[in-house]
Design a protein around this ligand. Structure first.
Ligand code: NAP
Length: 281
């Protein structure tokens, strides 16, 4: 039986077991995907234990994606640049490979949202692990300018410096950083606004920003998927601004993770999306 799972803290509300166990069943694969509550200080021990127990690999979520790099033997360029892995792949010889499928998930999910839209300026809210993955994709998508707004401006500046260093100062893109409080008057020219903070998520306060100045031909991506409609998404819709929540990103990152463990690509269907949406509601 294939054993896979997700580590995180908290982990109870993760949708990943629903997604992966659905695919295992649909594809007649004898396997099980577990959610395993893992605080930061137990990460190393848990990874080693599960690897010894014959797990194919793991997903990682908050707050483990950055810390996990310490226990990885093999990582690709993406993981190196972002500094976070959300997938571990265990080899039979005990090697641990780290991958980042949040990047893939975001890239796939955003395609339709920004189709035929200008790529002059992108605005990113937040400076955590998710923001790093998003900034990386925006660079690849050739946005000319990226502004990172964060509660703690210094954390945004750390991302900027890190990216400049990793791209050996060869970035054609201009990245700037601002305090989140200044966002209202700085989003007039943005073509894409992305929330990468947990604000707006169930049990968190709303992201309290004024999007009155956002152009109606801009696009909004909220990484939150629970609730399906955050205040940010609701307000965007009210203004006729095209928007998307984080559910597609989550499913695409899961699809790629599944492929890395089992070498098979599961199907993303309306049935699966409906099951997840029902679970959230
Ligand atoms: P993280 O590393 O903990 O980063 C959190 C960021 O949010 C930081 O920049 C932090 O600002 C900011 N923040 C936290 N509380 C805030 C507040 N009260 N007011 C303003 N800003 C606040 O988390 P992460 O791993 O980047 O994940 C962030 C969110 O993205 C989570 O909700 C996660 O579920 C979601 N996510 C979704 C997907 C998907 O597939 N849809 C994938 C990955 C992540 P400071 O720097 O000031 O602390």
């Amino acid at each position: 039986m294939y054993k896979i799972g997700i580590l995180g803290y908290p982990i109870k509300h993760s949708l990943s077991p629903k997604i992966h166990n659905y695919w295992l069943k649909e594809m007649n694969i004898n396997g099980k995907y577990d959610a395993i509550k893992t605080p930061l200080k137990k990460l190393e021990k848990t990874i080693k234990n599960l690897s010894k127990k014959g797990y194919k690999g793991l997903n990682l979520t908050i707050p483990l994606k950055e810390e996990a790099l310490k226990y990885i033997n093999k990582k690709n360029k993406t993981v190196n640049i972002i500094g976070a892995a959300n997938v571990l792949i265990f080899s039979k010889k005990g090697q641990i490979e780290g991958k980042n499928t949040d990047v893939y998930g975001f890239k796939k999910a955003i395609l339709d949202l920004v189709k035929n839209k200008k790529r002059q300026m992108a605005t990113v809210i937040g400076s955590g692990g998710a923001a790093r993955a998003i900034v990386y994709v925006l660079i690849q998508m050739n946005y000319k300018r990226i502004i990172i707004f964060n509660r703690t401006k210094k954390n945004a500046e750390i991302i900027k410096e890190d990216f400049l260093k990793k791209f050996s100062n060869n970035l054609k893109i201009k990245i700037s950083c601002e305090n989140l409080k200044k966002i209202k008057n700085n989003i007039k020219q943005t073509n894409l606004l992305i929330n990468t903070t947990p604000m707006g998520m169930k049990n968190f306060p709303n992201l309290n920003i004024d999007i009155k100045n956002l152009r109606t031909d801009a696009a909004v991506f909220d990484l939150i998927y629970n609730p399906l409609e955050t205040k940010l998404i609701k307000e965007s819709k009210k203004r006729g601004i095209k928007s998307i929540n984080g559910l597609d990103m989550l499913i695409y990152q899961a699809q790629k993770s599944f492929y890395y463990w089992l070498n098979k690509t599961p199907k993303i269907t309306d049935k699966l999306k409906k099951i997840l949406e029902k679970e959230i509601k």
